[in-house]
Write a protein that binds this ligand. Structure first.
Ligand SMILES: [Zn+2]
Length: 263
């Protein structure tokens, strides 16, 4: 079978194990069903997620021009504490930023390579954690907007990681940690003003991924350096495809690449 299209992050379903779909413009691929199969990936050209043009992808699937102009790539996306829509202040497009920032958010603890703190919209539960390849996650605080969740994250970052070590996540080198106990331990670092947002909901989200074999070493596939790759798919975790020869492909890092897949 041959499929082609622009790479966007995989669609996921919270199942045991997580179910993954690749949504190409004209094709829809059940990725779990491809485990054990040989897949050839060919980078044909680019299609920027913003303007759709065949331009060099700079970051987040956008060409340089879109990355520096579109509200979808404004700095509040990466650094929620810089959000200003709640003050009525515009970064790039106030209407867009209001819709995005002025909705319920959470600050969470997740275990992907170690315990980390992060922020996401309530609507992104549990998608955000699956995208990170987390093994488990718990809500620490639920806030009214993005700014408040960002302030809590910044305070917690002094004591916890805020990034995933993707190599350890992919090798499944994850310590056995009780996140409910961690939440109890770290709640004292929530700033006084935001303490009203502390969540008493101790639901523990746990994730299993469709992986036949974890890689021992990691070789990252970069389609900018290598136009073509072929290997046997042995796992899917986070937004990565894992191949038998220890190659891993980060689909999120290749958003905007237009590929032809032969399976
Ligand atoms: Zn563009």
């Amino acid at each position: 079978m041959i499929l082609e299209g622009q790479i966007r992050k995989m669609i996921t379903e919270y199942k045991k194990p997580v179910q993954y779909y690749l949504n190409l413009k004209n094709d829809f691929l059940d990725v779990n069903a491809q485990l054990g199969k040989k897949i050839r990936i060919y980078h044909d050209h680019n299609e920027c997620l913003g303007c759709g043009l065949d331009k060099e992808i700079f970051r987040m699937g956008f060409c340089k021009n879109c990355f520096f102009t579109l509200p979808q790539a404004n700095e509040n996306i990466i650094r929620p504490e810089l959000s200003t829509a709640h003050l009525g202040l515009e970064k790039r497009d106030l209407e867009w930023e209001k819709k995005f920032e002025l909705q319920p958010h959470i600050t969470y603890l997740a275990l992907s390579s170690e315990v980390k703190v992060g922020v996401t919209r309530v609507s992104q539960i549990p998608t955000r954690w699956i995208d990170q390849g987390a093994t488990s996650a718990i809500v620490l605080a639920e806030t009214e907007n993005r700014y408040q969740a960002g302030v809590i994250e910044v305070a917690l970052k002094e004591h916890l990681a805020d990034k995933t070590n993707y190599q350890r996540m992919l090798k499944n080198e994850v310590p056995d940690v009780d996140l409910i106990a961690q939440k109890d331990l770290f709640k004292i670092y929530i700033p006084e003003e935001e303490s009203i947002f502390y969540s008493t909901d101790n639901t523990l989200y746990q994730f299993n991924y469709p992986v036949l074999k974890y890689p021992e070493k990691i070789k990252s596939l970069n389609l900018n350096k290598q136009k073509e790759y072929e290997g046997i798919l042995t796992g899917i975790k986070g937004q990565y495809w894992i191949f038998e020869d220890n190659t891993v492909w980060n689909l999120r890092g290749h958003e905007g690449f237009y590929v032809i897949l032969t399976i």
